[in-house]
Design a binder for this molecule. Structure first.
Ligand SMILES: Cc1cc2nc3c(=O)[nH]c(=O)nc-3n(C[C@H](O)[C@H](O)[C@H](O)COP(=O)(O)O)c2cc1C
Length: 253
């Protein structure tokens, strides 16, 4: 690739960042093969630990494959997550799953609107590729730390969604807790694993503005400002608030 001019594209970037939202219902308007390839071409520029680039992409447009993915999601992921979530105090439940069992069928249809997207990019990874990073990066998995592999995959999926947005296309990430069912549908060989599924298409609804914490709560100058550290009850209130806000947003689907 030719070296490119130093960019000063903050405003354009902010426009793309604000427009990119997790969109979970799409119109029937198709997405071109060219755009899908452009998306993954951009995504592969993501940074990764030791430049390990553990990602691979499966581009899916076949309706029957999408139907099968939805089926696996409902049987292997959704029901399990729903019942596990019911073990928590309702105020702390993920808004996706905070409703009574008699509504499960109806909610499941809403929660799988992504399966009607005209295209999907399944992002996979080959865990062996992370072996390029330093050993300590994998040994240091103390509480609260994240793995180099997850970080790299987070970057590539974010870029996938941003690249889609830059083309006027909407997307989401549909995370799964299981592997086997998806592996069968997509014929993914060992040791490759599915990381997340990114439906791509044209948004069927307009989301509200992005909900983010106030900038001043997040930024410290020179040293950590201890007045900004959430304590006990404060943190629980914070958690309830984000759960509550999420409910309204997910309800838009
Ligand atoms: C690691 C990660 C996992 C996520 N998993 C899911 C998911 O399984 N299903 C889903 O609909 N959204 C998922 N999301 C999207 C978040 O809910 C979303 O990014 C967040 O609510 C902010 O909304 P926005 O993307 O519209 O700005 C995930 C996001 C991240 C970063």
């Amino acid at each position: 690739m030719e070296p490119v001019e130093t960019p000063h594209t903050y405003d354009a970037l902010m426009q793309t960042l604000n427009w990119r939202r997790s969109i979970r219902k799409f119109t029937d308007e198709p997405v071109s093969d060219e755009d899908l390839l452009k998306i993954v071409d951009a995504a592969r520029l993501a940074m990764s630990g030791a430049n390990s680039q553990p990602w691979e992409f499966i581009i899916i447009k076949d309706k029957e494959t999408m139907r099968k993915l939805r089926e696996v999601y409902v049987s292997d992921d959704y029901q399990f997550t729903y019942w596990l979530e019911q073990q928590r105090d309702p105020e702390y439940r993920h808004p996706y799953f905070n409703y009574p069992p008699e509504e499960i069928e109806e909610q499941m249809v809403r929660a799988t609107g992504w399966a009607d997207a005209p295209a999907m990019i399944a992002i996979c990874y080959d865990p062996r590729k992370q072996f390029g990073s330093v050993l300590s990066a994998r040994a240091n998995l103390a509480d609260g730390s994240v793995s180099v592999l997850s970080c790299s995959m987070g970057h590539v999926s974010m870029l996938t969604q941003l690249a889609a947005a830059s083309l006027g296309l909407s997307s989401a990430r549909i995370d799964t807790n299981s592997q086997d069912g998806y592996r069968k549908v997509l014929d993914i060989p060992e040791p490759v694993r599915l990381y997340t599924m990114v439906p791509v298409g044209h948004r069927a609804y307009q989301p509200g503005p992005p909900r983010r914490f106030p900038l001043e709560d997040l930024v410290h100058y020179e040293k950590y400002d201890h007045a900004k550290l959430m304590k006990g009850e404060q943190f629980l209130e914070h958690l309830k608030k984000i759960r509550g806000q999420g409910k309204g947003n997910y309800g838009k689907r």
